[in-house]
Design a binder for this molecule. Structure first.
Ligand code: PLP
Length: 405
């Protein structure tokens, strides 16, 4: 069956021919527009995951597709052996958006995190004066930063890490949200504190109010780089351009990805000032596709769209509506709601159903979402959603919780 048509034919083909590294819902999508996707059998669904926030601007965003198509006819790949005419404008605009002097473009989020780790170590040796080979980086319990061997080395998720050793040394983990523990963990060898300002994969975990400011203070006092992984939390998802903005905190290094590619292709970047990114010299780091003209054109357009502030405003407004709607479901089996902007982690009463069961029931009612561990689900529709879409989402959560089979 190499020309599948039905849902089960498609799934059988994938299961037979692809590694089983995911456990997708039994839906096979064929089209998408804005917040809505259509499967191979013609059923429509509200996409309440938005590609883990890679689709902040919605599926097939007209402005981004136009820019990408236009660029595809001109020039798509040069390698960095030559200059291309799209990288400069992209770097300039992303610099404006982040307030940073330089960017280093990569492709996937994990590559950008790896880049930040390499930059931090190099900065530690060359600028901070850490003795060779002794650099330490402090990370958070419950983190998610990607899937490379080094990144899973400092994950505490057994599934993500199991049997992938030997693990990269040089990382220390502290409890997320505990500033005292962080202060104790940082010493003269520490080059960076790497954290998600909101832990997305962890279940939309918000740190206690004031924590990001304390992290900033500890890093400044100890001359340690504060590295904010805003791959999922950044670019308007939380109602501000960056999640760090909620505490008026400016990290030394932003790590960006997901929505930077406009839902079209992987585009990631590290942004920092010259005194940090200046440690990178020709030949010391790179990527064949990083900063390619197609990616740069899309990233440039994304930055221009974010400079207008409209997506941030919509995220905040719709997010308030979503949070209020979900909080009103406490009599329906919702035990906790953590929300910021149009992004919510919802814990349901585990005696009612698992997160997986809940999202399966939601799918049957036309909404696609994602569970995380146990009885938590994540909701993050594209920021082009309407009030009606958010109402529908809340109604479907309520009805699906009431569904006891
Ligand atoms: C998704 C994600 C990554 C990894 O990005 P990939 O593009 O999947 O490599 C890293 N950090 C955070 C916070 C993420 O959400």
């Amino acid at each position: 069956m190499t020309r599948p048509t039905t849902t089960s034919q498609h799934i059988d083909l994938v299961e037979a021919t692809s590694a089983h590294n995911y456990h997708p819902l039994e839906v096979v999508l064929a089209r998408g527009e804005g917040c809505w996707v259509t499967d191979v059998e013609g059923h429509r669904y509200l996409d309440a995951l938005a590609g883990y926030s890679a689709l902040n601007f919605g599926h097939a965003n007209a402005r981004l597709v136009r820019r990408a198509q236009d660029q595809m006819h001109r020039l798509t790949l040069t390698s960095r052996a030559f200059h291309n005419d799209q990288l400069g404008p992209f770097a300039h605009e992303l610099g404006r958006l982040t307030g940073k002097e330089q960017i280093l473009p990569m492709n996937s989020g994990a590559e950008a995190v790896e880049t930040a780790l390499k930059v931090a170590r190099k900065w530690g040796y060359q600028v901070k004066g850490v003795p060779e080979g002794e650099a330490s980086i402090v990370v958070m319990d419950g983190n998610f930063h990607g899937r490379t061997t080094t990144i899973v080395s400092f994950s505490d998720d057994k599934e993500a890490r199991g049997d992938y050793g030997p693990y990269t040394p040089g990382f220390r983990a502290v409890p997320y949200g505990d500033a005292d523990a962080l202060r104790r963990a940082v010493d003269d060898t520490t080059v960076a504190v790497l954290l998600e300002p909101i832990q997305g994969e962890g279940g939309v975990v918000l740190p206690p109010e004031g924590y990001l400011r304390e992290v900033r203070e500890i890093c400044s006092q100890t001359r340690t780089l504060m590295v904010a992984d805003e791959i999922q939390s950044g670019l308007a998802r939380t109602g501000r351009t960056f999640a760090c903005d909620h505490e008026d905190v400016v990290p030394d290094v932003y790590v960006l990805g997901k929505a930077l590619g406009g839902g079209i292709m992987p585009v990631s970047a590290v942004a920092a000032d010259r005194d940090v990114l200046g440690v990178i010299t020709p030949g010391t780091h790179g990527s064949t596709f990083g900063g390619n003209p197609l990616a740069a054109a899309i990233g440039h357009e994304v930055c221009l769209m974010l400079q207008e502030g409209e997506f941030q405003r919509r995220s905040a407004e719709l997010g308030a509506q979503l949070a209020a709607g979900l909080e009103a479901l406490s009599d329906h089996g919702v035990v906790a709601v953590r929300a910021r902007g149009l992004w919510a982690g919802v814990d349901v009463d585990p005696s009612l159903m698992s997160g997986r069961q809940l999202i399966e029931r939601m799918m049957a009612r036309g909404v696609l979402a994602k569970d995380t561990h146990g009885s938590t689900i994540r909701l993050a529709p594209p920021l082009v959603a309407t009030e009606d879409d958010v109402d529908l989402l809340v109604r479907v959560v309520r009805e699906s919780l009431a569904d006891r089979d």
